[in-house]
Unconditional design. Structure first.
Length: 137
């Protein structure tokens, strides 16, 4: 099955951009684990409006990729996925773009590349401002 080009959880992209900013000078993989129960990891309680769609977002440095891939290879599709991760890491070594692996709660996954884009944070602020303006009118 071909993975979609766009990240499937756009509502958490600002959080991913923050992690990309903190790990800009490092090589590695971002791993996003989709939440099973919609509970926020930070607070341990469901947020007031909507449940947090992710259980965790973490950075796996290049030096620990082999250990991560050895665990990943235990999954039914893990061998191919580990090879794809290694290929993406090598193709983009030293780049600001990083591979992102989304582990879905249904057992599926999404693997793609995301690049650090400071404009997305500004765009997000502008969109939030427009939503507030529309709500006030």
């Amino acid at each position: 099955m071909e993975a979609p080009l766009l990240f499937p959880l756009p509502e958490i992209e600002p959080r991913i951009q923050q992690l990309l900013e903190r790990t800009l000078a490092m090589n590695g993989l971002l791993v996003v684990t989709e939440a099973r129960y919609g509970v926020s990891v930070e607070s341990g309680a469901p947020p007031p409006n909507e449940p947090d769609p992710v259980e965790s977002i973490r950075f796996v440095p290049f030096a620990k990729i082999e250990a991560f891939n050895s665990v990943l290879r235990r999954r039914p599709d893990g061998g191919d996925l580990a090879e794809q991760i290694c290929s993406l890491l090598l193709d983009h070594y030293g780049s600001s773009a990083k591979p992102v692996l989304l582990l879905r709660r249904n057992g599926n996954h999404w693997l793609g590349m995301l690049d650090y884009c400071p404009e997305s944070r500004e765009r997000s602020h502008r969109i939030t401002h427009l939503h507030r303006c529309l709500a006030a009118s």
